[in-house]
Design a protein around this ligand. Structure first.
Ligand code: FES
Length: 107
């Protein structure tokens, strides 16, 4: 599966879109699983919010845009998409990549 992710480096104010190829055919994956795979296997510099205790759609901190629609990464199934375009939500300032400043996250 082609995964396009909106990246942002606050140190240089550079914004760009980066593409990754992730094999989602061998297991059922959430969008969070896809992000975990990319961070662990393809690009450890990718910034996204992962709540090790929640991961069940409760805290709302993993909110992002999936193909233009606001979703929770931990509950949104990646299986139903042919490709993914991931971006931060527009309602909060971007800290880095998919991480936004959300007062609920107490960043
Ligand atoms: S990690 Fe809490 S809602 Fe996704």
């Amino acid at each position: 599966m082609l995964v396009k992710i909106a990246r942002f480096d606050p140190d240089t104010s550079r914004a760009w879109e980066q593409e990754y190829e992730v094999d989602t055919t061998k297991q059922s994956m959430t969008v969070m699983d896809v992000l975990d795979y990319i961070a662990k296997n393809l690009d450890p510099t990718l910034a996204y919010y992962r709540h090790s205790i929640c991961n069940h759609g409760i805290c709302g901190r993993c909110v992002l845009q999936v193909n233009g629609k606001t979703k929770l990464a931990c509950t949104e199934r990646a299986d139903g998409y042919e490709s993914l375009s991931l971006a931060p939500v527009t309602s909060f300032p971007v800290v880095r990549d998919l991480v936004t400043y959300n007062s609920a996250t107490k960043l």
